[in-house]
Design a protein around this ligand. Structure first.
Ligand SMILES: Cc1cc2nc3c(=O)[nH]c(=O)nc-3n(C[C@H](O)[C@H](O)[C@H](O)COP(=O)(O)OP(=O)(O)OC[C@H]3O[C@@H](n4cnc5c(N)ncnc54)[C@H](O)[C@@H]3O)c2cc1C
Length: 291
């Protein structure tokens, strides 16, 4: 049961409360938290609602860096012309989240902090080399900032590197160069309200059909969303032929099998991962390179 509820209207007040009541739960859009509370899995004690903290909202660009406030909703990401041009896969992922109602309330920060393997914010951000900014207040009132690669923020299934006195205050990405090819894909149980059964993102840069840069990440396939380095290392500096593409599918499914072992779902999931990988990379190529 929640005993005390705070609604600070500045970041400093929110950080102060987070420091005073270490481990108090933070409320963003509530689409994960409130569902958990209804199922008696939710937080107890003290809750700090971040909805009035304007400093945590919005999308800004400074040269090649884009900063997304954690309280930015999926609808705002979907509607952002800046992200469409500079980080289209994040916008593609946002469009697939839940329903319009969930996208209107659910935030990117809540998605990352909830740390579900199926969280749709992760694979595009992993492919965009995203970093997270975590802030806390120390005793003399000074704000301390930690910047972590998103990969290091993911500490395990449903676990993050966030400390009890910290708030996620920003998500930082580099603008994708115009020549980059990218795609996001997701398989859900059904179109509406679909939590991913498998999702993934890919960012590629080719020169004369040779891979010069690649990021490839899968979600909902292992315990945490992650970049599949076996695929990236195999493709790097290689000509993207039909054979090479087919091999990526095998490498991805072998990697997932090495992490999850044999499960009742393996006979379905592993061939699906193989095909999904090939189709995701093909989608990034977008017909520009015929294979
Ligand atoms: C019907 C339904 C459909 C859904 N469909 C999808 C889907 O398709 N894809 C998908 O990825 N998710 C889906 N979700 C899950 C959920 O909507 C998302 O994970 C959403 O992004 C959570 O954001 P929120 O703002 O609601 O977070 P909240 O529920 O408010 O918080 C989630 C967690 O993050 C913490 N937190 C929030 N903000 C911060 C911060 N700034 N600093 C530190 N900690 C913070 C909270 O304390 C809490 O632990 C669905 C949920 C429902 C109910």
């Amino acid at each position: 049961m929640i005993r005390e509820f705070f609604q600070p209207d500045t970041l400093i007040k929110a950080l102060q409360l987070r420091g005073d009541y270490e481990g108090a739960s933070l409320l963003a859009g509530g689409t994960d938290l409130v569902v958990a509370m209804r199922d008696d899995r939710g937080p107890e004690g003290i809750m700090i609602d971040l909805s009035k903290v304007h400093a945590l909202k919005g999308i800004e660009a400074a040269e090649d860096l884009i900063r997304i406030g954690p309280m930015t909703t999926f609808t705002e990401i979907e509607d952002s012309a800046l992200l469409q041009e500079a980080a289209g896969i994040l916008r593609e992922a946002a469009k697939t989240v839940g329903s319009p109602q969930i996208r209107n309330r659910g935030t990117l920060g809540g998605n990352l902090c909830n740390a579900s393997a199926a969280g749709d914010g992760f694979t595009p951000l992993l492919c965009l080399d995203a970093k997270v900014e975590l802030q806390s207040l120390i005793a003399n009132g000074t704000v301390t900032t930690r910047i972590l690669a998103l990969e290091d923020f993911i500490a395990g299934s449903k676990k993050t590197a966030l400390k009890g006195n910290e708030i996620l205050t920003g998500i930082l990405i580099q603008r994708l160069p115009a020549s980059s090819l990218s795609a996001f894909k997701k398989i859900g149980r059904r179109n509406a309200l679909a939590i991913a059964r498998l999702s993934g993102s890919c960012v590629l840069k080719l020169e004369n059909n040779v891979v010069k840069r690649i990021r490839f990440a899968l979600g909902a396939s292992t315990s945490v969303p992650e970049r599949i380095k076996a695929v990236e290392e195999y493709l790097m500096s290689r000509e993207l032929t039909a054979e090479a593409l087919a091999e990526t599918g095998k490498l991805a499914s072998e990697y997932v099998f090495s992490q999850t072992g044999a499960r009742s779902s393996s006979s379905y999931k592993l061939p699906v991962i193989e095909k999904f990988t090939v189709s995701l990379i093909s989608a990034a190529l977008g017909g520009k390179n015929k294979i």
